[in-house]
Write a protein that binds this ligand. Structure first.
Ligand code: CUA
Length: 152
């Protein structure tokens, strides 16, 4: 008789445990994504730091951060320069529609989606003038959308 009571309690505990597990898994599943700090209102890019001041700045020895915006039809800043051997951390968002961000001759190739911040890093070991081009059709002057990074 006593064993039966203990068995019933044991099974009840097991169910409670499973229920708690299920509820917490569900709660975790419905939690909003933690990428919220990457969201940005495209219409307010020009007023939102750090994109209110696009530009390139040094963050370490031979390391730079390029804060950039893409728009129809261009990029800000419209020219950048770094010493040979520098690693550049690009941080790019769009002010309007989907744009591309490609640096021919490197493996840098990403999509710039309005509302999101895209990141890519590249080390420039060869001097030269690197074109940064849009490779996503974005309107009439799409093919003229570009900026440059001078490495010397
Ligand atoms: Cu921007 Cu094509």
């Amino acid at each position: 008789k006593l064993e039966k009571i203990w068995l019933t309690i044991g099974i009840a505990m097991l169910f409670v445990f499973l229920a708690v597990l299920g509820v917490s898994a569900f709660a975790m599943g419905v939690k909003p994504p933690s990428e919220h700090h990457h969201q940005i209102d495209p219409a307010k890019v020009k007023e939102t730091a750090p994109f209110d001041q696009p530009g390139i700045h040094q963050t370490g020895e031979k390391r730079f951060e390029a804060v950039m915006t893409a728009f129809t039809f261009g990029y800000a800043p419209d020219a950048m320069e770094v010493p040979v051997g520098s690693t550049v951390d690009f941080m790019v968002t769009s002010q309007d529609v989907v744009h591309g961000f490609e640096i021919p001759g490197t493996n840098v190739n990403m999509m710039i989606v309005p509302g999101e911040v895209s990141h890519v890093s590249h080390t420039f070991t060869q001097p030269g003038t690197y074109l940064i081009l849009c490779n996503e059709y974005c309107g009439g002057a799409h093919e003229f959308m570009k900026t440059t990074l001078i490495v010397k």
